[in-house]
Every structure is written in structure tokens, then in C-alpha cells.
Design a protein around this ligand. Sequence first.
Ligand code: PLP
Length: 447
Amino acid sequence: MATLSTLQQADIQHFIHPFTDSKTLGEKGTRIIERAEGVYLWDIEGRKLLDGMAGLWCVNVGYGRQSIVDAVSKQMQQLPYYNSFFQCTHPPAIELAKTIAELAPAHMNCVFFTGSGSESNDTNLRMVRRYWDLKGQPTKKTIISRDNAYHGSTVAGASLGGMSGMHKQGDLPIPGIVHIAQPYWYGEGGDLTPEAFGLQAAQALEAKILELGEENVAAFIAEPFQGAGGVIIPPSTYWPEIKRILAKYDVLLILDEVISGFGRTGCWFAAEYFDLKPDLISIAKGMTSGYVPMGGVIIADRIAEVIKNQCGEFTHGYTYSGHPVAAAAALENIRIIVQEKLVEKVATETAPYFQSRLQQLAEHPLVGEVRGIGLVAAIELVKDKSLRQRFNSDIGVGTWCRDLCIEHGLVMRSVGDTMIISPPLTISLAQVDELIEKAIKALNDTY
Ligand code: PLP
């Protein structure tokens, strides 16, 4: 058994980690990351790791940005905190709302600030219900989501999400939230073509609306592609059919862009990538590149007008809604993305190269499917690729591969036996090569 450092021992003794089985920490301890620069991390033992996950899908501009440090420091000196409640606000929050409105789809011109993606989705739940109340349709309350979706970890966020493991802890989902099947062709498509399966998965929404009664359905919430569920990218037929159904029954679309927003698909928002016209967009993560916590909801004009003009006081908000220091970080982060043309670079250069290099991994005997868009991808590890046959989940092949990636100096995440990659948008082509080479070594060792 490895000797744990004093820091690791203190960690195990005092720190209950999110999404971690504490018992697994006993032998090896936690991996303590001490510093970072560009796309690289260094752990406390001095090991250099290429961060193939941009932290938790969030460090879009990469680590070590002095200009964000400077912006935050300047803001802390000038005004470290003030609220945006009760007829007050401050310049960074105003400027950020305006900046985001300019980047968002044309029909979305207002922002409600939160502290995280989970809080954004809690906000969505309250906002859509309030909207329908004010529109004189108070029975429109139910929100339809999907199995295996991830919308955060607060009570509403976890309920909106479709993770059965989360629902089991804490008696979730709360009432008024129902789930339909996810559009996961590789895992659940059977003999159907991706196109036929995509249509079938979308039509589950129509069936659910008809079952509940359209007069009772407020909104459909979805990630453009499911991130934490395993980078599940809907077949091409899915979103057009969903759009048709939402329009037919006047059901709002909440698009959760906490991962996909701020450039990951090669568009500022994946709404553009998938040609969607959402009513609400959840944002967080890449909004500040994770330098400071912050989230928000971008609001379509038709909702914003009702909330502004008819709601009276919207009795919702967080102490840190629009926090000036977070807003300063977000503004500088966005300035960097614009100045370095990162969105365009992902679209025209990095993502095409990344996706083509990834196809090399599809030839590996352990790999059933490689799928991705922009700078995000999944690699499905299977026992028999010709039969799409999976390993027994008890074996933990994904965890094994993830640990072997670390041995080769690469951070990849495993969701079951699906390996996930979502590097900083600043990754260079040479670093993409490095990532692929390390991934191949880890796959070879796993095999
Ligand atoms: N929505 C999506 C799509 C996410 O991926 C996440 C986090 O991974 C969240 C919401 C929750 O965000 P947070 O952890 O900031 O509360």
C-alpha cells in the first residue's frame, strides 16, 4: 500500500468529496493537483498531465491567464461585492449582461445571473412556471426531461436530470418533472438506423405531451448533446423533429448549454450548431472558464417581456447573482475568446483536426464507436465491437482505462465504459497529436 502524504491523510479525514466513493480513497489517496498552465496540470508529486477534460468541461481559455487574474484583482480592489437585488446593481454585471446578449441568438436579449449551472436550472424551473402563470395558463407546470440527462446537483437540478443513481439518493425527482428516453443510438438503438432511432426518440416527447395533456406541459429541457451522460450526440433527425413537436404544442425549450456554451462546438452556442430557437439557455462553466464560479440563464424576448412587464417582483435570486468579481472574470474570459478568435479556430482548424485524429482510435479492437462534435468526444469501450457487446460493468474497464491514461500523462474521464474528452479550446494541433498518442498507449495497456 502506498504511503499517503500528510495532505492526503488530512483530505481523507476532513473533506467529503462530490461524486466520490470515499472508501476508494483509502489506498491511493486523492490525486492532488497543485498548479496548471495552458492545457497542462501538475500534481503534487510533480507529474505533468495533459488535461483532456478542461477541468470539468470548463477551462475553455486554458490555465494561467494573467489577464483574468488582473481583471479579478482590479475588481476586488474596486468593489469586491455588491448585490443586484432591490433596485441595485454594479457596472460589471450590466456590462456582462449586454455582452452575453450580443453573443446569444438574436431573439435572446436578457440574462439572469446565478452562481452555477445547477442554480441556472433551478431558475429555469421557476421562470417557466411563472411565465405560464402570467400568460393565464397556470396548469402548464410539468417539465419533460430525458433519462441520463445531467442538469446539476441541487434538488431541482438533480430532478431535472435523469441520472437514476442521483434519483435514488434523496427521493428524487420532485413532483412535476418527468423523463423520456434519451437519443442514445449506440447504446439503445438496436437494429434501427441512427436516423430512424432519432425520430423514434424525438417522438417519445410527443407521446409524453399527449399522455400528460399539452395544457399541463410547461417545457422540455435538454442538453444539445448529453455531456456527463457520455457525450451522447442525437442522430441528425432528432432535433428537427423535437422542434416540430415543441411548436405544435406550445411547449418551451430550455437548452442546457452549461457544457456546450462559449465555443465548445465551434459556435458560441450549440443552439446555432443545431439550428435551435430556445426560450431559455442555461450557462455556466465556460462563461468564466472556471476561474471564478458563475452561471446564468439567457432569456428569449417573449419570456423576458412577460417577466419584466407583468410579473411584479420575481421572487428569485442568489446573493451572488451577477457577482462583480465573477462578472469581471467572465468579461475578460469572453474578451480572450473574441480576441484569439477561439470559436472560429475551433470550427475551422482544431475541431476538424481533433475529430479526424480521433477516428484513428476507432480502429482499436477495444473501441466500439468514436463520436464527437467540435472539441468534445466519446470513445465507447466494448468487449466485442462487431456485436456492440459491452463488458460486465463490475469489471470497471472505463475506470481502468482512465487510470492508465494518467500513467501516460493524460486526463480523460470515464462514464461507465465510455471515455470522454473535452480539452481546453486553446489546445494546439501538436497537443492534439500528443493527446491521441497518449490515449492509444492507454488503450493498448487496457486491452
Ligand atoms: N448542466 C449541465 C449540462 C452540466 O454539465 C452541469 C455540470 O456538469 C450542470 C448543469 C451543473 O452545473 P454546476 O455543477 O455548475 O452546478
